[in-house]
Design a protein around this ligand. Structure first.
Ligand SMILES: [Zn+2]
Ligand SMILES: [Zn+2]
Length: 394
């Protein structure tokens, strides 16, 4: 055994990673790597069967993960392949000869494990042929379907087990929020489908990356749900974003204190203007920190104005944007602290992305004939189109 290892180590040393010749046959190289991985699977299966991990007090999976320096998921995969390959000589041979790759063998081994548990067996030759003709995804789908046919109860139990592992963490992380989550397949498809329906580029000037568009789509869905007013009340009020500001802060006057979210986070005057553009204003007068008067809540855009906007527009007024007017907010061309709220002609429906462009992105909205033009800021803005590539956009 050690003799074999020494030969392999010597061969690996001779295989110079820095060699000028990078024109290596990828299929042959992959076959060598997969063959070695299969050998590793066999070694870990035999070692754990022998009980080597017991000496360390670790579970078999944890021990393999630690010895092979890989995640527990990858370790569990190696253990399964190692155990099943011992009873599947044709699959082991196809893997050794490079006829099928490691991932395909892994799919077949996992299926074999499940089918054996249900008291059946798999047709090795047929699955080797399937692996040669299908992508890994298609092979995994067929294997999953086969497992369902053989053992629907175990299949359902696996789905339920995945459902129990669902989680979503939303945490403040410096000057950003971070989302981490796991969803069962059908739930993930629901979120992905909804996000993707809002992910298209909005006009020629939309230079967001797909990742940025997905992030905006999720935020747009949250705003839309809150704007609809159909979310359940908490402590007697509909969910909304509360901002504390002063009239000076709202106008963005120099020297005005920063406006704050309810948790005390400071936000810029342009952001507070965007949020207030189509929000509800509660006037609260204070003297020496004591509330002395609370005025009636006033909507920045009244219900008749909102109906008027819907009658005038079918879509977002932003350039090249087709977002339906029902998914937009009202933007005051003259900010409403300057009296812009009285004139319906000066309220435009804009989608979340373009409303942000107008406020935080410093785009100008100027009258042009009977309509309005959206003009980007003149200073050049660096936008990262693809990884490592930078472009300049006016
Ligand atoms: Zn606005
Ligand atoms: Zn738009």
């Amino acid at each position: 055994m050690s003799g074999e290892l020494e030969i392999l180590e010597a061969a690996a040393r001779d295989f110079d990673l820095e060699a000028a010749d990078d024109f290596v046959d990828l299929r042959r190289l992959t076959a060598v790597i997969d063959r070695l991985d299969a050998k590793r699977c066999r070694v870990v299966a035999v070692a754990t069967k022998r009980g080597d991990h017991l000496l360390t007090g670790k579970s078999a999976t944890s021990w393999v993960a630690s010895e092979c320096q890989m995640s527990k998921t990858a370790a569990a995969n190696r253990l399964c392949v190692g155990e099943q390959l011992a009873g599947m000589p044709k699959v082991a041979q196809a893997l050794s000869s490079g006829d099928i790759g490691f991932q395909a063998a892994s799919v077949i081994c996992h299926l074999q494990q499940r089918v054996v548990e249900a008291g059946g067996s798999t047709d090795e030759a047929m699955w080797i042929e399937n692996a040669g003709e299908s992508s890994i995804k298609d092979l995994a789908d067929v294997a999953s379907s086969t497992w369902h046919a053989v053992d629907p109860t175990a299949f359902k139990a696996k789905v339920e087990e995945a459902h129990q592992r669902r989680q979503l963490c939303i945490s403040e992380c410096g000057d950003m929020y971070r989302l981490d989550g796991w969803l069962e397949l059908t739930a993930g498809v629901a979120v992905k489908t909804a996000v993707e329906s809002l992910c298209n580029r909005l006009g020629e000037s939309d230079r967001r990356s797909p990742k940025q568009r997905r992030a905006d789509a999720l935020v747009e869905m949250a705003h839309h749900a809150m704007d609809q007013g159909t979310l359940p009340r908490r402590n007697g009020v509909r969910p909304h974003i509360a901002v504390h500001t002063t009239i000076e802060g709202l106008k963005g006057e120099l020297g005005a204190p920063a406006s704050e979210l309810a948790d005390g986070t400071s936000i810029s005057s342009t952001t507070v203007q965007r949020l207030a553009c189509d929000g509800t204003l509660h006037r609260i007068l204070k003297a020496d920190s004591m509330v002395i008067d609370v005025g009636r809540a006033t909507r920045a855009i009244s219900s008749p104005q909102r109906r008027g906007i819907k009658a005038r527009y079918r879509t977002c007024a932003g350039p090249g944007c087709h977002r339906p007017v029902s998914s937009t907010s009202g933007h005051h061309v003259d900010f409403w602290t300057e009296g812009g709220h009285n004139n319906l002609r000066k309220i435009l429906p804009v989608c979340y992305f373009q409303h942000r462009l107008v406020h935080e992105g410093e785009w100008q909205v100027v009258q042009f004939g009977q309509g309005y033009k959206f003009i980007p800021p003149e200073r050049p803005v660096v936008s990262r189109r693809r990884w490592g590539e930078r472009r300049w956009a006016a």
